[in-house]
Write a protein of this length. Sequence first.
Length: 260
Amino acid sequence: MPDFIRPLLKPVLYTCGTLLTLLLLLAAVLMLLPGPDFERHAPRDLPWVLPDHNQAWKHVEVLDNGQLHLKIEHLPLNGIIPAMVRFFYQVLPISTVQLNGVTMPMYHIFHPTEHGYISVKEAAPSGKAGMTVGAIIQRREWFGDYNSKGSGRIIEMDDNLMRVRTEMFGLNFGEMIHRWDEAVSGEERGTRYTVESFIGSDLPVLGPLINLYIRHKMFPPAMVEQWLRHQVEEVSSLSFFLGELYEQRHSAEGYFVLDI
């Protein structure tokens, strides 16, 4: 190495070393921070029994960059067509349901015990209400013993797909891709529903460090297991009420009455 380069490298190496030390300290501090803490809503007495989540196919892997890759093939949604699923998600954060005489947020019939709060944090640029392209949706829920809160931007949505991106400080921290395709069995129409999630950062250098923190602090293996169970349970619940809900899709007030 030429002698004139050595003095130029010293400040660069010093800066890189300082940044690395600060990142390691930040990671250590983050590992010690407690998880989300908020008041949980009381369980709801919903008039259906959810199927065993173990009947659905689930897949978990850690990618080379440290991101979590999760995939679920949900149980068939018989009698539910894809357009119904899109409608449900669109109105989910802005609607109220009266179920057998009891009024509650629509989010509360989507799982009997583990849904708390969902809302539109930032409306879609189009001005279209609800969970639509460009909107940012925030939620609070829990999976067994694990609280979870966050927000995601709806990147893409149509009658067969919804793609949600988790963003913080202008950076991408993962995506969740919902696909609902029509499935026909004999004379009955239904929906084949799959979810594929990439959890973590795709940054080339810092990403693996960020993902190490995410896998150990935010989504440890025990939480991932509970999250997969929760996902299967909530999607399975659509079979019990979405048909009747969809019949009232022209309701302009975001208020639905179900008698099940």
